[in-house]
Every structure is written in structure tokens, then in C-alpha cells.
Design a protein around this ligand. Structure first.
Ligand code: ADP
Ligand code: MG
Length: 729
């Protein structure tokens, strides 16, 4: 073969090799390749160091300095082999996003000389300059010291050229300044009490893990159009915009084919996600135009949550490459479905049992019922706290907005299980159970698996629904850090399970049989928590009325929902469970209020800006054209005939004035209200003022803006319309 031909062939082969891209490699080959996961550690570490880190992952045990050094070195070498030049502690401050501060591995050690260095102490603990993260008054900026500490249970990963190490973020005085630390504590509680309760049924259970499978909804908007909408850029939400002629009535987007450009985008972020060990499996269109969903296989809660945050980050970064912008906001467009992040939750044992999965015999079904009924009771007792867990300015636009769960917390379990619980409740007997009653109960309990097989009712309107082998908390917002919802859900379930165990043990101590003791306690819980169960349409007005009759809360907005954090019993619950101290809880309340105020403040400002600097000038410009035209007709045809010919123009001129004037007045009033609100001292008062006096004016202002949008010449309209934003492929 001539050398020139060989060169040509080499070139082709080389090109082909380069083309062995994401699509041609098998997922099994690249899944998790950018993470320093446990198997990788086994390869890279001495047996001893491996066992130390394994135990830290599984039981939260301490990693001593010597082994930390070994792990750090192995981690660094692995990261450098992946092209990393920097490392960062990756943490979840209460701003809602993730934070990182990058440091280089290399260290100069003389003229022209450097070494790559990363030791145990840098892995285990760092002190970022954290003064600008929200702390709710825990640290004042004079002693702005907080530190990040390694969370070995979540694998380190490389993104781009940076090694990221998942960490918790705490004040020097020990208080949590992030979402991860309370979550880890809440999980430890629920996992330990669930393990204890499993002993009633199965001595082989030594470990229980709470599991989370989230479903992330989002919108994709073309970058150029996004950039022409200051409101989307500043708030992630269109504060103005007339509903398009075609919305989602036809339901033709849902599960329809995904446009090619979107598929390419999805493929790329999924590839990157899979390399990071995020098990994304599902993608589909959502109900609204240009709305999509991505869901992974469920994982242990802490890891699933890290993965969700990572994925949101990837989605935003990779979208830019495809000339898209991702909107994660809960309600980017009025009148069009909003976005949520369903949190599917369950408990799984070390021997592979899903504790919310009905079993094959009465015994395993009693176990199922135990966890099922206790969860319902936990929701009943703590519905307001669960509502507070999902409160945010964005979610306020979505909850109760007729296609999202209402702000009223209730539990859906399906008609079959409802009947089952009702039957169980009715068979309550005082004193000892008769043999017949026992047999009947056993029969009833034994029926659960068949029941679930033909359980076809899937209620989509419930905020908290049982879906066959897990609960689905649907009211979580699409921008949320799931840790907030998961910390609270796992804390209330843990607290309830503890109470349950105390009661059952007391009954057993008095000589009752274990199964009977459990059943009786369950019957009590079923009866007590009955009113939280609701099988009907959660979107309807009748439910609001019915819920009120039942005495269920309807905390309609964020400031009111956040008040729950100030309740004495909530403070006691978090203290008792060791999840949040009173100081930490108060700080969180404060930070959430501040986040809320800032969000509404920015929305109000952008609304004023768009009204005064975009919409009103465009409307007046069009009105001037109409005036010229009408005047021209009068000049040409004389007063009477001219005016008659310009009839529509004259009407439009007046209508434009009416809306311009009304909008301008309302904007001025809103600015006044904002000024008043800003003068208030306490964050709570300010949040209430922003909610009741500032945000309350948004709809009125939007109404006039949207009217003007359909009057003014399309050519003159300064903002891309919803039709363009939502239907551009
Ligand atoms: P849907 O109809 O809501 O899409 P799926 O059955 O597809 O329901 O599951 C939705 C989510 O539930 C997925 O993310 C999945 O991983 C998660 N899931 C399934 N089983 C569990 C479990 N045991 N614990 C937590 N999440 C789970
Ligand atoms: Mg779902």
C-alpha cells in the first residue's frame, strides 16, 4: 500500500474513531464513568482505605486523617486522568442553587516548578468565603465563617475540568447553612426507626434506605426569543402575554413526537448525566407546548437529590449550546400548564423489599399496611408543615391554578385501598379479637396484591398520591431543591413511626400478640387520619369547600404557609428529631421569607419596566399612526364622512387610551405599595405586604397589557408573543 493511501486510510480511521461519540458507545460502558464511585475506589485504594470509606458511605462513620489522605490522593489521580485541573467543594446553600469555588490542584514549588497536590484535609473540610450566602442571621458578616465538609455517601464527580466533591455547609458554631445537612439527619432518623419496625416482620432487615425518584418538568425556549423577553431573563416567567390562539386544548403535544432539535439537546444532556451516574431513563413531551419531562430511576434520597441538582445545572448549560434556554420556573406562562417536580418516595430494605409494596401473604401485607398507614397518619398530623415544605413564590403561581395540585394537602390512595382501610376501621373491636374477626382481617389483608393489580384509578389531581408501590408528592415545584420536601416528609414519617413503635411495644408488653397489637394500632391510626384522605377531583371548587368543612388547611400563599415554621409544635418536632435546632429553623423561615420578597420585588420591577418602557410607548406609537390616519381621512373627506370612515380607528384610539391610562395608574400604585413594603422592618411583615399589596396588583396590570397586545399592530409590538415563544420548534 502506498504511503499516501495509508495516510488517507489512517485519516478515515482517525475520523471514525473521533466519531465514536455518545451515540455509538453503549450506556453500560460510560454510565458513571465521570464519578469516583465505590467500585472505582476499590480499584484505586488499598483494601484498608477502601473499607474505611465503604463504612463511611454505609454507616456515616468517621474517616481518619491517614485514610483521608490516601483517598484524596487516589481521587486526585483519578480526576487528573479525567482531565481535571481544579477541584471544588460542591454544596447547596439556601439560595436554592448549588455553589462551588474552584481551586487548582497544582502548587508552585519553586521557579518554573509545580506539583499537583490534594490532601486529606482539603478533601474533608474547607472554608469557602461564604459571607454572601444566606444565613438568616446565624452568622453576621463580621464573623463570616462557615465550612464545607465532605459527604462520602455521594460520589465525587468530574464536570469539565473540575473535580466536584459533594459537601454539607455549616456555620462554625455548627448550625446547618444548607439543605443537605438536615436532609442527611432526617434520613438517618427514618432509616433507623424503619429498620427497627421491620424487626416485627423480618429479622433479616438490618438497613432501610428512603428512596426518591423525581420527575423534572421544564420548558424550552429559543435563545433569541428568550433574549428579547426581559421578564423571562430576569424572572424565568412571562409577566405579560396574551394566551395564544392555540394553547394546550388539543392535547396534541402530550406524548407527541419530540422535535429533532429538542431530541438532540436531550441526547446530549442525558449522555452527560449518564456519565455522571445519573440514571435518566424517561423523556417525553408534557401537556403544554414546548414543555418536557425527564425522570431517572429512583435512588437513595440523598444521591437522588444531588443528581437532580446536578441535572438542572447540566440542562441549563447544555441548552445554551443548542440555542435553547431552559425554563425551570413553576409557572412560566399564565393559562398554560405549570411545571412541577413529582417526588416519588418509598422505603427499601437491604434485602430488596420495598416497604410500600404490598406483599404476597398476610404477613408481608401487614408490613405494607404498617408503613402505608403510618405515612398517611404523618401527613394528617403534619399537613401544614408539608405545605410549608413546598412554599415558594414560583409555586404560588402554580398550586391551585386549576391544572396543578391545590394548596390543600390531602392523600389519594385509590378506591380499593380506601375500601380496605374502611373495612379495617370498621372491624375495630374492643378488647380481644374473636377468632372469626381475626380470620376475616387476615383474609382482607391477604387480598391486597390482587386488589392492586386491577387498580386502574390514577388520580392526577392529588398533591400526595399512592401509586401502587410508592407515594408521589406532586406539589413540589420544578425549581425546588427536593431536600426541603424530603427533609420534612422523612422527619414526619420518622416521628410517626417512633410513636407507633412505642404504642405497639406497650401493647406487646401487656401481653398482646404482636400481630394483634400492630393491627389494633393501625386501626386507630386509620380512624384518626381519615379526613386527610380524598379521592375526588382536587382541582374543583367543591373540594375547597369540602376541605374547609373537614377542617383541613388551605394555606394559599407562601408567607402564610411559612408561618407554620414559627409554630411551637413544629419547633418541638424538629428539635426532638434532631433535624433542625430552633435557631436553624428560625433562620430558614427568615431566609425563605427573604427569597420570597426578592422574587416578588424583581417581578414587580420588571413588570413596571415592561409596562412603562415597552408596552405603553409601543401602544402610543400605534395610536399615533391611527390618529394620523383618522386625521388624514377627515382632511380628505371632510369632518362628517371622514369620521365615519375612521370609525374603527377612533374606537381603537379611545380603547388604547383607556388601557394605557389604567395600566399606568395601576403600575404607579404598585410602585407606591412597593415603597411602603420596603419600609417595613420585619421580613414577615414585608413578605405579607409584598404578597397582599404588591403581587395582588399583577393580574390587573397584566390584563391591560394583554389587551393592548391584541390591539397594537404586530409589527410594532416590542415583545415576542406567547405564540412565538411556545410554538417555535
Ligand atoms: P409515572 O406514571 O408517574 O411516570 P412511574 O412508574 O414511571 O410513574 O414512576 C415515576 C417515578 O417513580 C420514576 O422516577 C421512578 O424511578 C420512581 N419510583 C419507582 N419506584 C420507586 C420507589 N420504590 N421509590 C422511589 N421512587 C420510585
Ligand atoms: Mg408522576
Amino acid at each position: 500500500m502506498s504511503s499516501s493511501r495509508r495516510n488517507a486510510l489512517d485519516e478515515v480511521l482517525h475520523r471514525e474513531a473521533q466519531h465514536t461519540t455518545q451515540n455509538e458507545r453503549r450506556v453500560s460502558v460510560y454510565f458513571g464513568e465521570n464519578t469516583f464511585h465505590i467500585d472505582k475506589m476499590r480499584e484505586c485504594l488499598t483494601e484498608e482505605a477502601y473499607l474505611v470509606v465503604k463504612s463511611a458511605i454505609e454507616t456515616g462513620s468517621h474517616v481518619d486523617r491517614i485514610h483521608a489522605d490516601q483517598i484524596a490522593t487516589a481521587m486526585k489521580d483519578w480526576a487528573i486522568s479525567k482531565g481535571a485541573t481544579h477541584y471544588t467543594h460542591w454544596f447547596q446553600p439556601l439560595t436554592g442553587s448549588t455553589a462551588e469555588k474552584h481551586d487548582a490542584f497544582f502548587k508552585p514549588v519553586g521557579p518554573g516548578k509545580a506539583i499537583e497536590r490534594f490532601e486529606g484535609d482539603l478533601l474533608v473540610q474547607q472554608e469557602p468565603d461564604a459571607s454572601s450566602f444566606p444565613n438568616g442571621g446565624i452568622r453576621n458578616t463580621f464573623e463570616a465563617r462557615g465550612y464545607t465538609a465532605w459527604d462520602p455517601s455521594s460520589p465525587a464527580f468530574v464536570i469539565g475540568k473540575t473535580l466536584c466533591i459533594p459537601t454539607i455547609f455549616i456555620a462554625y458554631t455548627g448550625e446547618a447553612l444548607d439543605y443537605k445537612m438536615p436532609l442527611i439527619k432526617a434520613l438517618a432518623n427514618v432509616e433507623s426507626i424503619a429498620t427497627d419496625i421491620c424487626q416485627y416482620f423480618d429479622k433479616n432487615v438490618t438497613n432501610v434506605k428512603a428512596t426518591l425518584g423525581w420527575e423534572q418538568e421544564y420548558f424550552l425556549i429559543d435563545t433569541a426569543l428568550f433574549n428579547a423577553r426581559p421578564d423571562l431573563m430576569m424572572t424565568g416567567r412571562a409577566v405579560f402575554g396574551h394566551a395564544p390562539a392555540k394553547g394546550q386544548q388539543l392535547d396534541d403535544h402530550y406524548f407527541g413526537s419530540i422535535p429533532e432539535r429538542v431530541t438532540e439537546y436531550m441526547r446530549e444532556f442525558e449522555y452527560e448525566a449518564l456519565c455522571l451516574g445519573i440514571p435518566v431513563t424517561t423523556r417525553h413531551n408534557e401537556v403544554a407546548p414546548n414543555q418536557f419531562e425527564c425522570a431517572p430511576m429512583f435512588e437513595e434520597v440523598n444521591i437522588a437529590n444531588d443528581h437532580n441538582l446536578l441535572l438542572m445545572d447540566l440542562m441549563e448549560k447544555i441548552a445554551v449550546k443548542h440555542n435553547f434556554r431552559v425554563l425551570l420556573h413553576e409557572k412560566p406562562f399564565a393559562g398554560i400548564n405549570g411545571s412541577g417536580k413529582h417526588n416519588n418516595w418509598s422505603l427499601g430494605t437491604n434485602n430488596g423489599i420495598n416497604l410500600l409494596q404490598p406483599g404476597k401473604n398476610p404477613k408481608s401485607n401487614l408490613r405494607f399496611l404498617t408503613f402505608f398507614v403510618n405515612t398517611i397518619k404523618a401527613i394528617y398530623d403534619n399537613a401544614d408543615l408539608l405545605r410549608a415544605a413546598i412554599a415558594s413564590a414560583g409555586n404560588d403561581h402554580r398550586l391551585g391554578a386549576n391544572e396543578a395540585p391545590p394548596a390543600i394537602i390531602s392523600v389519594f390512595i385509590g378506591s380499593q385501598l380506601t375500601k380496605m382501610l374502611n373495612d379495617l376501621e370498621e372491624s375495630i373491636t374492643a378488647g380481644k379479637m374473636t377468632p372469626e374477626a381475626k380470620t376475616e382481617l387476615k383474609l382482607n389483608i391477604g387480598k391486597i396484591p390482587q386488589i392492586l393489580l386491577d387498580n386502574t384509578d390514577r388520580n392526577r389531581t392529588s398533591p400526595f398520591a399512592f401509586t401502587g408501590n410508592k407515594f408521589e408528592f406532586r406539589a413540589v415545584g420544578s425549581t425546588a431543591n427536593c431536600a426541603q420536601a424530603m427533609t420534612i416528609l422523612n422527619t414526619i414519617v420518622a416521628s410517626q413511626l417512633r410513636k407507633f413503635k412505642v404504642e405497639v411495644d406497650a401493647k406487646i408488653a401487656k401481653g398482646e400478640k404482636k400481630d394483634e397489637a400492630i393491627l389494633k394500632e393501625l386501626q386507630k391510626l386509620i380512624a384518626e387520619s381519615k379526613t386527610i384522605r380524598f379521592e375526588g377531583n382536587g382541582y374543583g371548587e367543591e373540594w375547597r369547600v369540602e376541605a374547609e368543612r373537614r377542617g383541613l388547611s388551605n394555606l394559599v400563599d407562601t408567607p402564610r404557609a411559612l408561618d407554620v415554621f414559627a409554630r411551637k409544635e413544629v419547633e418541638e418536632l424538629f428539635s426532638e428529631m434532631g433535624v433542625l435546632s430552633p435557631v436553624e429553623l428560625e433562620a430558614r423561615h427568615e431566609i425563605e421569607l427573604e427569597n420570597y420578597i426578592l422574587k416578588i420585588q424583581i417581578e414587580a420591577r420588571i413588570m413596571g419596566d415592561l409596562a412603562k418602557n415597552h408596552i405603553i410607548p409601543a401602544s402610543i406609537a400605534y395610536q399615533n399612526i391611527l390618529i394620523q390616519n383618522a386625521q388624514g381621512l377627515v382632511d380628505l373627506l371632510g369632518e362628517k364622512e371622514g369620521k365615519e370612515s375612521a370609525k374603527s380607528q377612533l374606537e381603537l384610539i379611545k380603547a388604547i387610551s383607556k388601557h394605557v391610562n389604567a395600566m399606568n395608574e395601576k403600575v404607579d400604585l404598585m410602585i407606591e405599595e412597593r415603597k411602603k413594603a420596603n419600609k417595613l422592618e420585619s421580613a414577615r411583615d414585608m413578605a405579607y405586604a409584598y404578597c397582599d399589596n404588591v403581587k395582588a396588583m399583577f393580574d390587573g396590570i397584566k390584563y391591560h397589557g394583554d389587551k393592548l397586545e391584541i390591539m397594537v399592530d404586530d409589527e410594532l409590538w416590542p415583545l415576542p408573543k406567547l405564540r412565538e415563544l411556545l410554538f417555535t420548534k
